[in-house]
Design a protein around this ligand. Structure first.
Ligand code: ADP
Ligand code: MG
Length: 224
């Protein structure tokens, strides 16, 4: 199992965020998570990556129980095993496209310009490596972020509303690139979204609520 979350509960002070969240994500599987704004979707993704703390339960990532790792070991595991794509791209403005995509490989001391070029090609940005981010559209910026998230071939890709800033046509193209790349590399994908269209290709769609997570019923998907 790439990711195993068992009975996870999280509070801020005395305010509960979510409780009893359990899910397994297998290699190559695409799990979409929906739920009302503020229910804790981003917090749950952060817990999955060991970027946030929880109050009870456990998270196993690529065979490691995150509770048994110190901060440094978590950071190393995250660098190796996790890619992130956020709603707000987070592409670094002073680096060109290829330098942005190369970053995870540099952090791992594994520079690989051919792999960077292959990923850019795969997401439809071939030949744009020397462009600066300001010379790209929103859809292109998100494809830079996808290439960067996958360039080191992580076991798990976490995507937090990755099409939230895009028009429907661009969003569909970005989702196609995301799903094609994760399927091709056998990457497990956990994607948080408000968009019905973005859930369409998922193997499973789960609904996060304060008291747990369960398979969603179509009528319960919140409107955008
Ligand atoms: N650092 C924090 N301190 C206190 N409360 C927080 C903090 N971060 C998030 N929250 C609260 O936790 C809840 C879940 O937030 P979030 O995970 O961002 O929800 P979602 O992504 O589903 O919209 C919200 O009610 C939010 O206000
Ligand atoms: Mg959120």
């Amino acid at each position: 199992m790439t990711l195993r979350v068992q009975n996870l509960s999280k509070r801020y002070g005395s305010t509960p965020v979510f409780a009893n969240v359990s899910l397994d994500v297998a290699p190559g599987e695409f799990v979409a998570i929906v739920g009302e704004s503020g229910v804790g979707k981003s917090t749950l993704l952060n817990c999955m990556a060991g970027l946030d703390h929880w109050d009870s339960g456990s998270v196993q990532l690529a065979g490691h129980d995150l509770a048994t790792l110190n901060d440094d070991a978590r950071a190393l595991l995250r660098r190796e095993a996790v890619g992130f794509v956020f709603q707000a791209f987070h592409v670094l403005p002073h680096l060109d496209v290829a330098q942005n995509v190369a970053l995870p490989l540099l952090l791992l001391n594994r520079p690989d310009p051919a792999q960077v070029e292959a990923l850019l090609e795969a997401v439809g940005l071939g030949g744009l490596g020397t462009r600066l981010p300001q010379q790209l559209s929103g859809g292109q910026l998100q494809r830079v972020a996808i290439a960067r998230a996958l360039v080191h071939q992580p076991a798990l890709l976490l995507a937090d509303e990755p099409t939230g800033n895009l028009d429907p046509t661009t969003a569909a193209k970005v989702m196609d690139a995301l799903v094609a790349q994760t399927r091709q590399h056998g990457t497990a994908l956990v994607l948080v979204t408000h968009s019905l269209a973005a859930t369409a290709q998922a193997d499973r769609v789960l609904h996060l609520r304060a008291d747990g997570i369960a398979p969603h019923l179509p009528a319960q998907v919140p409107s955008p």
